[in-house]
Design a protein around this ligand. Sequence first.
Ligand SMILES: Cc1cc2nc3c(=O)[nH]c(=O)nc-3n(C[C@H](O)[C@H](O)[C@H](O)COP(=O)(O)OP(=O)(O)OC[C@H]3O[C@@H](n4cnc5c(N)ncnc54)[C@H](O)[C@@H]3O)c2cc1C
Length: 495
Amino acid sequence: MSKRLIIIGAGISGLTSGVYCRRSGIDTTIFERAGNPGGVSTSWKRKGYTFEGGIHWLIGSIPSNPLNDIWTETGALNADTHIFYKDPVYSLMENGRPVLDIFRDSGELRKAFIKAAPEDRFRIHLLCFHLWCFKSFHPPILDLPGLKVKGKHPFRIMEFVRMLPAVLLTPFLMMISAGAYCRRFRNRELRELMTSVIHPSQNALSLIYTLANFCYGDSGYPSGGSRIMAQKMADTFTRLGGNIFYGKTVERIAYENGKVRGVYVDGSLVEADAVIISQDARKAIDKLFDEPLQDKWARTMRKTLETEQCIFIALGVKARLGAYPDSMVFSLEKPFEAGGARFPIIRINNYSFEKDYAPEGGTVLTCLLSNPTWEFWKQAKDNGCYAQSKKELLERFITLVETLIPETRNAVEVTDIATPLTYERYCDTHHGSWMTMWRPWSFTSVAPIRYKRIKGLYFTGQRTSFSGGLPVAATSGRNTAQAVCKDLKQVFISK
Ligand SMILES: Cc1cc2nc3c(=O)[nH]c(=O)nc-3n(C[C@H](O)[C@H](O)[C@H](O)COP(=O)(O)OP(=O)(O)OC[C@H]3O[C@@H](n4cnc5c(N)ncnc54)[C@H](O)[C@@H]3O)c2cc1C
Protein backbone atom coordinates (compact mmCIF):
# COMPACT_ATOMS: atom_id res chain seq x y z
CA MET A 1 0.00 0.00 0.00
CA SER A 2 1.44 3.42 -0.84
CA LYS A 3 2.33 5.70 2.05
CA ARG A 4 0.21 8.82 2.63
CA LEU A 5 1.75 12.26 3.04
CA ILE A 6 -0.01 15.53 3.83
CA ILE A 7 1.67 18.86 3.14
CA ILE A 8 0.40 21.98 4.87
CA GLY A 9 0.64 24.81 2.35
CA ALA A 10 1.16 25.17 -1.40
CA GLY A 11 3.85 27.85 -1.23
CA ILE A 12 7.08 27.27 -3.15
CA SER A 13 8.60 25.01 -0.47
CA GLY A 14 5.43 22.93 -0.07
CA LEU A 15 5.07 22.51 -3.83
CA THR A 16 8.74 21.52 -4.16
CA SER A 17 8.35 18.82 -1.50
CA GLY A 18 5.05 17.78 -3.08
CA VAL A 19 6.46 17.26 -6.57
CA TYR A 20 9.44 15.21 -5.37
CA CYS A 21 7.45 13.06 -2.94
CA ARG A 22 4.69 12.34 -5.43
CA ARG A 23 7.23 11.50 -8.13
CA SER A 24 8.82 9.11 -5.64
CA GLY A 25 5.55 7.22 -5.36
CA ILE A 26 4.13 8.69 -2.14
CA ASP A 27 0.38 9.35 -2.06
CA THR A 28 0.58 13.12 -1.49
CA THR A 29 -2.11 15.66 -0.63
CA ILE A 30 -1.58 19.39 -0.15
CA PHE A 31 -4.02 21.54 1.87
CA GLU A 32 -3.70 25.25 1.08
CA ARG A 33 -5.66 27.89 2.97
CA ALA A 34 -5.61 30.37 0.05
CA GLY A 35 -7.42 29.99 -3.27
CA ASN A 36 -4.28 29.49 -5.34
CA PRO A 37 -0.71 28.18 -5.14
CA GLY A 38 2.46 30.23 -4.48
CA GLY A 39 2.01 31.54 -0.93
CA VAL A 40 3.79 34.88 -0.55
CA SER A 41 5.34 34.40 -4.00
CA THR A 42 2.36 35.76 -5.87
CA SER A 43 1.09 38.15 -8.51
CA TRP A 44 -2.46 39.16 -9.37
CA LYS A 45 -4.61 41.06 -11.85
CA ARG A 46 -6.57 44.28 -11.32
CA LYS A 47 -8.65 45.76 -14.11
CA GLY A 48 -6.34 44.61 -16.90
CA TYR A 49 -3.10 45.28 -15.00
CA THR A 50 -0.89 42.51 -13.56
CA PHE A 51 0.84 43.35 -10.29
CA GLU A 52 3.96 41.35 -9.40
CA GLY A 53 4.02 40.99 -5.65
CA GLY A 54 6.61 38.21 -5.41
CA ILE A 55 9.60 37.36 -7.61
CA HIS A 56 11.85 40.27 -8.38
CA TRP A 57 14.80 38.04 -9.12
CA LEU A 58 15.02 34.29 -9.35
CA ILE A 59 18.37 32.84 -8.32
CA GLY A 60 18.96 29.70 -10.38
CA SER A 61 17.37 31.07 -13.53
CA ILE A 62 20.53 30.07 -15.46
CA PRO A 63 21.33 26.39 -16.09
CA SER A 64 24.89 26.65 -14.71
CA ASN A 65 23.48 27.30 -11.20
CA PRO A 66 22.60 23.89 -9.64
CA LEU A 67 19.44 25.48 -8.19
CA ASN A 68 18.18 25.49 -11.75
CA ASP A 69 17.87 21.70 -11.51
CA ILE A 70 15.25 22.10 -8.79
CA TRP A 71 13.36 24.74 -10.78
CA THR A 72 13.26 22.50 -13.86
CA GLU A 73 12.57 19.23 -12.02
CA THR A 74 9.58 20.80 -10.26
CA GLY A 75 8.29 22.38 -13.48
CA ALA A 76 8.78 25.96 -12.23
CA LEU A 77 10.88 26.64 -15.31
CA ASN A 78 10.70 24.80 -18.61
CA ALA A 79 11.90 25.20 -22.17
CA ASP A 80 9.02 27.62 -22.89
CA THR A 81 9.83 29.98 -20.02
CA HIS A 82 11.21 33.25 -21.26
CA ILE A 83 13.54 34.76 -18.69
CA PHE A 84 14.00 38.49 -18.71
CA TYR A 85 17.37 39.83 -17.53
CA LYS A 86 17.24 43.49 -16.58
CA ASP A 87 20.35 45.36 -17.58
CA PRO A 88 21.04 47.69 -15.88
CA VAL A 89 19.65 45.96 -12.83
CA TYR A 90 19.18 49.18 -10.86
CA SER A 91 19.57 52.81 -11.91
CA LEU A 92 19.98 55.75 -9.61
CA MET A 93 17.81 58.57 -10.91
CA GLU A 94 18.38 62.30 -10.68
CA ASN A 95 16.23 64.91 -12.42
CA GLY A 96 14.41 62.19 -14.32
CA ARG A 97 17.58 60.59 -15.73
CA PRO A 98 19.72 57.62 -14.71
CA VAL A 99 23.05 58.87 -13.35
CA LEU A 100 24.60 55.63 -12.10
CA ASP A 101 23.77 52.00 -12.89
CA ILE A 102 24.41 48.53 -11.57
CA PHE A 103 25.23 46.58 -14.70
CA ARG A 104 24.96 42.82 -15.08
CA ASP A 105 28.50 42.48 -16.31
CA SER A 106 30.99 42.84 -13.45
CA GLY A 107 33.56 44.47 -15.75
CA GLU A 108 31.06 47.08 -16.91
CA LEU A 109 29.96 47.64 -13.34
CA ARG A 110 33.55 48.26 -12.26
CA LYS A 111 34.09 50.73 -15.11
CA ALA A 112 30.85 52.64 -14.46
CA PHE A 113 31.49 52.83 -10.71
CA ILE A 114 35.11 54.03 -11.06
CA LYS A 115 34.06 56.62 -13.63
CA ALA A 116 31.38 57.99 -11.29
CA ALA A 117 33.42 57.66 -8.09
CA PRO A 118 37.19 57.76 -8.71
CA GLU A 119 37.68 58.61 -5.03
CA ASP A 120 36.36 55.10 -4.21
CA ARG A 121 38.62 53.29 -6.71
CA PHE A 122 40.14 51.00 -4.08
CA ARG A 123 36.78 50.13 -2.48
CA ILE A 124 35.27 49.46 -5.89
CA HIS A 125 38.08 47.03 -6.72
CA LEU A 126 37.50 45.37 -3.37
CA LEU A 127 33.75 45.14 -4.06
CA CYS A 128 34.46 43.55 -7.45
CA PHE A 129 36.83 41.09 -5.79
CA HIS A 130 34.11 40.16 -3.29
CA LEU A 131 31.66 39.68 -6.17
CA TRP A 132 34.18 37.49 -7.99
CA CYS A 133 34.59 35.34 -4.84
CA PHE A 134 30.83 34.75 -4.84
CA LYS A 135 30.64 34.11 -8.58
CA SER A 136 30.10 30.35 -8.17
CA PHE A 137 28.54 30.33 -4.72
CA HIS A 138 25.17 28.62 -4.30
CA PRO A 139 23.38 26.68 -1.58
CA PRO A 140 24.76 23.12 -1.85
CA ILE A 141 22.32 20.60 -3.26
CA LEU A 142 23.25 17.26 -1.75
CA ASP A 143 21.58 13.89 -1.44
CA LEU A 144 20.86 12.56 2.03
CA PRO A 145 23.37 9.87 3.06
CA GLY A 146 21.78 6.42 3.07
CA LEU A 147 18.87 7.43 0.83
CA LYS A 148 18.31 5.53 -2.42
CA VAL A 149 18.14 8.15 -5.17
CA LYS A 150 17.19 7.77 -8.81
CA GLY A 151 18.72 10.71 -10.65
CA LYS A 152 21.29 11.63 -8.01
CA HIS A 153 22.44 15.21 -7.94
CA PRO A 154 25.98 14.97 -9.27
CA PHE A 155 28.60 15.58 -6.62
CA ARG A 156 31.28 17.56 -8.41
CA ILE A 157 34.30 18.32 -6.30
CA MET A 158 35.14 21.33 -8.50
CA GLU A 159 31.76 22.84 -7.67
CA PHE A 160 32.86 23.01 -4.03
CA VAL A 161 36.41 24.10 -4.84
CA ARG A 162 34.96 27.04 -6.78
CA MET A 163 32.94 28.02 -3.72
CA LEU A 164 36.01 28.16 -1.48
CA PRO A 165 36.80 31.88 -1.98
CA ALA A 166 33.24 32.72 -0.90
CA VAL A 167 33.45 30.42 2.10
CA LEU A 168 36.69 32.06 3.24
CA LEU A 169 35.18 35.52 2.88
CA THR A 170 31.94 34.62 4.64
CA PRO A 171 32.97 35.28 8.29
CA PHE A 172 34.15 38.76 7.36
CA LEU A 173 30.97 39.62 5.47
CA MET A 174 28.78 38.20 8.22
CA MET A 175 30.32 40.62 10.71
CA ILE A 176 29.01 43.79 9.14
CA SER A 177 25.65 44.97 7.92
CA ALA A 178 24.86 45.65 4.28
CA GLY A 179 24.26 49.29 5.30
CA ALA A 180 27.71 49.58 6.91
CA TYR A 181 29.32 47.99 3.86
CA CYS A 182 27.68 50.62 1.63
CA ARG A 183 28.50 53.52 3.93
CA ARG A 184 32.21 52.91 3.34
CA PHE A 185 31.88 54.39 -0.13
CA ARG A 186 32.68 58.12 -0.04
CA ASN A 187 30.70 58.92 -3.14
CA ARG A 188 27.13 59.77 -2.24
CA GLU A 189 25.54 58.40 -5.40
CA LEU A 190 27.39 55.11 -5.16
CA ARG A 191 26.37 54.79 -1.52
CA GLU A 192 22.73 55.44 -2.30
CA LEU A 193 22.59 53.04 -5.22
CA MET A 194 24.29 50.25 -3.27
CA THR A 195 22.05 50.81 -0.24
CA SER A 196 18.97 50.16 -2.35
CA VAL A 197 19.92 46.57 -3.25
CA ILE A 198 18.70 44.82 -0.08
CA HIS A 199 17.54 45.89 3.36
CA PRO A 200 20.54 47.65 4.99
CA SER A 201 20.08 45.70 8.25
CA GLN A 202 20.79 42.37 6.55
CA ASN A 203 24.41 41.29 6.78
CA ALA A 204 26.84 42.13 3.99
CA LEU A 205 26.99 38.47 2.98
CA SER A 206 23.40 38.70 1.73
CA LEU A 207 24.28 41.88 -0.17
CA ILE A 208 27.31 40.39 -1.93
CA TYR A 209 25.51 37.10 -2.68
CA THR A 210 22.60 39.02 -4.24
CA LEU A 211 24.82 41.36 -6.27
CA ALA A 212 27.14 38.56 -7.42
CA ASN A 213 24.19 36.65 -8.82
CA PHE A 214 23.21 39.70 -10.83
CA CYS A 215 26.71 40.53 -12.01
CA TYR A 216 27.52 37.00 -13.10
CA GLY A 217 24.41 36.55 -15.21
CA ASP A 218 21.86 34.90 -12.89
CA SER A 219 18.71 36.27 -11.18
CA GLY A 220 16.41 36.81 -14.12
CA TYR A 221 12.66 37.35 -14.04
CA PRO A 222 10.59 34.46 -15.42
CA SER A 223 8.12 36.01 -17.79
CA GLY A 224 4.57 35.90 -16.49
CA GLY A 225 5.88 36.14 -12.94
CA SER A 226 5.11 34.49 -9.66
CA ARG A 227 1.57 33.27 -10.27
CA ILE A 228 2.46 31.49 -13.50
CA MET A 229 5.56 29.90 -11.95
CA ALA A 230 3.66 28.60 -8.92
CA GLN A 231 0.83 27.35 -11.14
CA LYS A 232 3.32 25.43 -13.27
CA MET A 233 4.67 23.73 -10.14
CA ALA A 234 1.13 22.93 -8.98
CA ASP A 235 0.30 21.51 -12.45
CA THR A 236 3.41 19.31 -12.35
CA PHE A 237 2.29 18.02 -8.97
CA THR A 238 -1.27 17.23 -10.06
CA ARG A 239 -0.08 15.69 -13.36
CA LEU A 240 1.99 13.28 -11.25
CA GLY A 241 -1.22 12.32 -9.44
CA GLY A 242 -1.01 14.59 -6.37
CA ASN A 243 -4.10 16.27 -4.89
CA ILE A 244 -4.31 19.93 -3.90
CA PHE A 245 -7.26 21.28 -1.96
CA TYR A 246 -7.47 25.08 -1.98
CA GLY A 247 -9.36 27.11 0.58
CA LYS A 248 -8.64 24.39 3.17
CA THR A 249 -6.90 25.44 6.37
CA VAL A 250 -5.21 22.78 8.47
CA GLU A 251 -6.42 23.50 12.00
CA ARG A 252 -4.19 21.14 13.94
CA ILE A 253 -1.75 18.26 13.63
CA ALA A 254 -3.06 14.93 14.95
CA TYR A 255 -0.51 12.84 16.86
CA GLU A 256 -0.51 10.13 19.47
CA ASN A 257 2.24 8.40 21.45
CA GLY A 258 4.96 10.40 19.68
CA LYS A 259 3.71 9.49 16.20
CA VAL A 260 1.86 11.60 13.65
CA ARG A 261 -1.68 10.47 12.71
CA GLY A 262 -2.65 13.17 10.24
CA VAL A 263 -4.21 16.62 10.37
CA TYR A 264 -7.54 18.18 11.22
CA VAL A 265 -9.30 20.01 8.41
CA ASP A 266 -12.88 21.30 8.80
CA GLY A 267 -12.95 19.59 12.17
CA SER A 268 -12.30 16.12 10.69
CA LEU A 269 -9.21 13.97 10.91
CA VAL A 270 -7.45 13.28 7.62
CA GLU A 271 -5.08 10.40 8.25
CA ALA A 272 -1.50 10.22 7.00
CA ASP A 273 1.79 8.42 7.64
CA ALA A 274 3.74 11.68 7.40
CA VAL A 275 3.00 15.42 7.55
CA ILE A 276 5.14 18.29 6.26
CA ILE A 277 4.54 21.76 7.69
CA SER A 278 5.41 24.36 5.05
CA GLN A 279 3.45 27.09 6.83
CA ASP A 280 5.76 29.63 8.47
CA ALA A 281 7.19 27.55 11.34
CA ARG A 282 7.13 30.59 13.66
CA LYS A 283 3.32 30.53 13.42
CA ALA A 284 3.03 26.76 13.32
CA ILE A 285 4.79 26.22 16.66
CA ASP A 286 2.08 28.26 18.39
CA LYS A 287 -0.95 27.21 16.39
CA LEU A 288 -0.77 23.69 15.01
CA PHE A 289 -0.15 21.65 18.18
CA ASP A 290 -2.27 20.76 21.20
CA GLU A 291 0.08 23.02 23.23
CA PRO A 292 2.57 25.56 21.81
CA LEU A 293 5.91 23.79 21.26
CA GLN A 294 8.43 24.34 24.06
CA ASP A 295 11.56 22.83 22.50
CA LYS A 296 14.68 24.93 22.95
CA TRP A 297 14.79 25.92 19.26
CA ALA A 298 11.12 26.98 19.36
CA ARG A 299 11.65 29.12 22.47
CA THR A 300 14.73 30.73 20.93
CA MET A 301 12.85 31.39 17.72
CA ARG A 302 10.05 33.12 19.65
CA LYS A 303 12.57 35.33 21.44
CA THR A 304 15.05 36.19 18.70
CA LEU A 305 13.36 35.99 15.31
CA GLU A 306 13.51 39.21 13.30
CA THR A 307 11.56 39.33 10.10
CA GLU A 308 11.59 40.97 6.67
CA GLN A 309 8.28 42.73 6.13
CA CYS A 310 7.14 45.17 3.50
CA ILE A 311 4.42 47.45 2.29
CA PHE A 312 3.80 46.69 -1.38
CA ILE A 313 2.33 49.43 -3.57
CA ALA A 314 1.31 48.93 -7.19
CA LEU A 315 0.05 51.47 -9.71
CA GLY A 316 -1.56 50.86 -13.09
CA VAL A 317 -0.67 53.98 -15.08
CA LYS A 318 -2.09 55.10 -18.42
CA ALA A 319 1.30 56.18 -19.77
CA ARG A 320 4.10 54.65 -21.80
CA LEU A 321 7.22 54.54 -19.65
CA GLY A 322 9.47 52.37 -21.82
CA ALA A 323 12.11 55.13 -21.92
CA TYR A 324 12.64 54.80 -18.17
CA PRO A 325 14.92 52.12 -16.62
CA ASP A 326 13.41 48.86 -15.31
CA SER A 327 14.32 49.57 -11.67
CA MET A 328 14.66 53.20 -10.64
CA VAL A 329 16.28 54.21 -7.38
CA PHE A 330 15.36 57.64 -6.03
CA SER A 331 17.14 59.33 -3.17
CA LEU A 332 14.51 61.63 -1.72
CA GLU A 333 15.08 65.14 -0.38
CA LYS A 334 12.66 64.35 2.42
CA PRO A 335 12.27 60.71 3.49
CA PHE A 336 8.94 59.15 2.54
CA GLU A 337 7.00 58.08 5.61
CA ALA A 338 4.99 54.88 5.57
CA GLY A 339 3.72 52.65 8.35
CA GLY A 340 5.62 54.68 10.95
CA ALA A 341 8.96 54.14 9.15
CA ARG A 342 11.02 56.56 7.08
CA PHE A 343 12.36 55.74 3.63
CA PRO A 344 15.10 58.12 2.42
CA ILE A 345 15.63 55.94 -0.67
CA ILE A 346 12.91 54.20 -2.64
CA ARG A 347 13.02 51.89 -5.64
CA ILE A 348 10.30 51.86 -8.26
CA ASN A 349 9.99 48.88 -10.60
CA ASN A 350 8.88 49.65 -14.13
CA TYR A 351 7.19 46.71 -15.89
CA SER A 352 7.29 48.23 -19.39
CA PHE A 353 9.27 45.15 -20.41
CA GLU A 354 6.21 42.93 -19.81
CA LYS A 355 3.86 43.94 -22.62
CA ASP A 356 0.95 41.86 -21.26
CA TYR A 357 1.02 43.40 -17.79
CA ALA A 358 -0.98 46.47 -18.81
CA PRO A 359 -3.64 47.42 -21.36
CA GLU A 360 -2.36 49.10 -24.55
CA GLY A 361 -0.58 52.35 -23.69
CA GLY A 362 -0.31 51.55 -19.99
CA THR A 363 2.44 50.51 -17.58
CA VAL A 364 2.68 48.90 -14.15
CA LEU A 365 4.83 50.53 -11.49
CA THR A 366 5.48 48.84 -8.14
CA CYS A 367 7.38 49.68 -4.99
CA LEU A 368 8.39 47.63 -1.94
CA LEU A 369 8.83 49.62 1.25
CA SER A 370 10.76 47.12 3.37
CA ASN A 371 10.72 47.65 7.11
CA PRO A 372 9.00 46.06 10.09
CA THR A 373 5.69 47.95 10.08
CA TRP A 374 3.34 45.20 11.30
CA GLU A 375 2.86 46.87 14.73
CA PHE A 376 1.85 50.15 13.12
CA TRP A 377 -0.78 48.52 10.90
CA LYS A 378 -2.06 46.32 13.70
CA GLN A 379 -2.61 49.39 15.85
CA ALA A 380 -4.30 51.17 12.95
CA LYS A 381 -6.63 48.18 12.58
CA ASP A 382 -7.38 48.08 16.31
CA ASN A 383 -8.11 51.82 16.24
CA GLY A 384 -10.42 51.49 13.26
CA CYS A 385 -8.28 53.63 10.94
CA TYR A 386 -6.57 50.93 8.85
CA ALA A 387 -8.43 51.63 5.60
CA GLN A 388 -8.02 55.39 6.03
CA SER A 389 -4.26 55.04 6.75
CA LYS A 390 -3.78 52.94 3.62
CA LYS A 391 -5.76 55.43 1.53
CA GLU A 392 -3.76 58.37 2.85
CA LEU A 393 -0.46 56.54 2.21
CA LEU A 394 -1.50 55.69 -1.32
CA GLU A 395 -2.42 59.31 -2.06
CA ARG A 396 0.94 60.55 -0.80
CA PHE A 397 2.73 57.87 -2.79
CA ILE A 398 0.94 58.84 -6.01
CA THR A 399 1.85 62.51 -5.43
CA LEU A 400 5.48 61.48 -4.93
CA VAL A 401 5.54 59.34 -8.09
CA GLU A 402 3.98 62.19 -10.07
CA THR A 403 6.86 64.45 -9.09
CA LEU A 404 9.50 61.80 -9.82
CA ILE A 405 8.00 60.60 -13.12
CA PRO A 406 6.02 63.49 -14.62
CA GLU A 407 4.33 61.28 -17.27
CA THR A 408 2.31 59.66 -14.49
CA ARG A 409 0.57 62.93 -13.58
CA ASN A 410 -3.21 62.35 -13.55
CA ALA A 411 -2.57 59.03 -15.31
CA VAL A 412 -2.91 56.59 -12.40
CA GLU A 413 -5.89 54.35 -13.24
CA VAL A 414 -5.60 51.42 -10.84
CA THR A 415 -3.94 51.13 -7.43
CA ASP A 416 -3.27 48.42 -4.91
CA ILE A 417 -1.56 48.28 -1.57
CA ALA A 418 -0.62 45.32 0.65
CA THR A 419 0.60 45.76 4.21
CA PRO A 420 2.14 43.08 6.45
CA LEU A 421 -1.42 42.52 7.69
CA THR A 422 -2.45 41.62 4.14
CA TYR A 423 0.32 38.99 3.88
CA GLU A 424 -0.63 37.68 7.30
CA ARG A 425 -4.29 37.41 6.31
CA TYR A 426 -3.56 35.50 3.10
CA CYS A 427 -0.63 33.27 4.11
CA ASP A 428 -0.66 33.35 7.91
CA THR A 429 3.06 34.19 8.17
CA HIS A 430 4.47 35.71 11.36
CA HIS A 431 3.81 39.47 11.23
CA GLY A 432 3.16 39.07 7.50
CA SER A 433 6.84 38.45 6.85
CA TRP A 434 8.35 36.58 3.93
CA MET A 435 11.79 35.74 5.15
CA THR A 436 14.07 36.02 8.15
CA MET A 437 16.17 39.12 8.68
CA TRP A 438 19.77 37.92 8.98
CA ARG A 439 21.65 40.64 10.83
CA PRO A 440 25.44 40.68 11.34
CA TRP A 441 26.50 37.82 13.58
CA SER A 442 22.94 37.10 14.58
CA PHE A 443 21.68 33.55 14.55
CA THR A 444 18.10 32.90 15.44
CA SER A 445 17.26 29.21 15.74
CA VAL A 446 15.86 27.40 12.75
CA ALA A 447 13.12 24.78 12.54
CA PRO A 448 14.44 21.22 12.16
CA ILE A 449 13.61 19.33 8.97
CA ARG A 450 12.63 16.28 11.08
CA TYR A 451 10.76 17.02 14.30
CA LYS A 452 12.29 14.55 16.73
CA ARG A 453 9.41 14.39 19.26
CA ILE A 454 6.75 13.36 16.76
CA LYS A 455 7.73 10.62 14.32
CA GLY A 456 6.57 11.39 10.80
CA LEU A 457 6.43 15.18 11.27
CA TYR A 458 8.65 17.49 9.20
CA PHE A 459 9.22 21.20 8.59
CA THR A 460 10.18 22.95 5.38
CA GLY A 461 10.27 26.53 4.08
CA GLN A 462 11.63 29.89 5.02
CA ARG A 463 12.25 29.31 8.75
CA THR A 464 14.45 26.25 8.22
CA SER A 465 17.33 28.62 7.41
CA PHE A 466 18.83 31.86 8.79
CA SER A 467 17.99 33.72 5.66
CA GLY A 468 15.35 33.06 3.05
CA GLY A 469 13.80 33.73 -0.30
CA LEU A 470 13.09 31.34 -3.12
CA PRO A 471 16.46 29.50 -2.99
CA VAL A 472 15.71 28.45 0.60
CA ALA A 473 12.13 27.47 -0.31
CA ALA A 474 13.45 25.26 -3.13
CA THR A 475 16.38 23.63 -1.31
CA SER A 476 14.48 23.06 1.92
CA GLY A 477 11.54 21.64 -0.05
CA ARG A 478 13.88 19.12 -1.67
CA ASN A 479 15.75 18.30 1.56
CA THR A 480 12.51 17.64 3.42
CA ALA A 481 11.21 15.45 0.59
CA GLN A 482 14.41 13.40 0.86
CA ALA A 483 13.99 12.99 4.64
CA VAL A 484 10.39 11.80 4.12
CA CYS A 485 11.46 9.34 1.40
CA LYS A 486 14.21 7.96 3.58
CA ASP A 487 11.91 7.47 6.57
CA LEU A 488 9.12 5.94 4.47
CA LYS A 489 11.69 3.73 2.71
CA GLN A 490 10.91 5.10 -0.75
CA VAL A 491 13.45 5.62 -3.52
CA PHE A 492 13.77 9.38 -4.13
CA ILE A 493 13.12 10.06 -7.81
CA SER A 494 14.35 13.47 -8.86
CA LYS A 495 13.13 13.67 -12.48
C1 LIG B 1 7.03 41.27 -2.03
C2 LIG B 1 7.95 40.11 -2.01
C3 LIG B 1 9.03 40.07 -2.87
C4 LIG B 1 9.90 38.97 -2.85
N1 LIG B 1 10.90 38.93 -3.76
C5 LIG B 1 11.70 37.85 -3.81
C6 LIG B 1 12.69 37.74 -4.82
O1 LIG B 1 12.80 38.58 -5.69
N2 LIG B 1 13.51 36.66 -4.81
C7 LIG B 1 13.41 35.68 -3.85
O2 LIG B 1 14.20 34.74 -3.89
N3 LIG B 1 12.46 35.76 -2.89
C8 LIG B 1 11.60 36.80 -2.86
N4 LIG B 1 10.63 36.88 -1.91
C9 LIG B 1 10.60 35.87 -0.84
C10 LIG B 1 9.98 34.53 -1.27
O3 LIG B 1 8.84 34.75 -2.07
C11 LIG B 1 9.58 33.73 -0.01
O4 LIG B 1 10.67 33.66 0.88
C12 LIG B 1 9.16 32.30 -0.36
O5 LIG B 1 8.18 32.31 -1.37
C13 LIG B 1 8.63 31.61 0.91
O6 LIG B 1 8.10 30.36 0.53
P1 LIG B 1 7.60 29.31 1.63
O7 LIG B 1 7.06 28.15 0.90
O8 LIG B 1 8.67 29.08 2.61
O9 LIG B 1 6.46 30.06 2.46
P2 LIG B 1 4.98 30.60 2.08
O10 LIG B 1 5.00 31.29 0.78
O11 LIG B 1 4.55 31.37 3.27
O12 LIG B 1 4.13 29.28 1.94
C14 LIG B 1 3.37 28.72 2.98
C15 LIG B 1 1.99 28.36 2.44
O13 LIG B 1 1.25 27.73 3.48
C16 LIG B 1 -0.09 28.22 3.46
N5 LIG B 1 -0.63 28.01 4.80
C17 LIG B 1 -0.28 28.66 5.94
N6 LIG B 1 -0.94 28.14 6.99
C18 LIG B 1 -1.72 27.14 6.52
C19 LIG B 1 -2.62 26.22 7.13
N7 LIG B 1 -2.81 26.20 8.44
N8 LIG B 1 -3.28 25.34 6.32
C20 LIG B 1 -3.08 25.33 4.98
N9 LIG B 1 -2.22 26.17 4.36
C21 LIG B 1 -1.54 27.06 5.12
C22 LIG B 1 0.07 29.66 3.06
O14 LIG B 1 -1.12 30.21 2.55
C23 LIG B 1 1.19 29.57 2.01
O15 LIG B 1 0.65 29.34 0.73
C24 LIG B 1 9.71 37.93 -1.93
C25 LIG B 1 8.61 37.96 -1.08
C26 LIG B 1 7.73 39.03 -1.14
C27 LIG B 1 6.53 39.02 -0.26
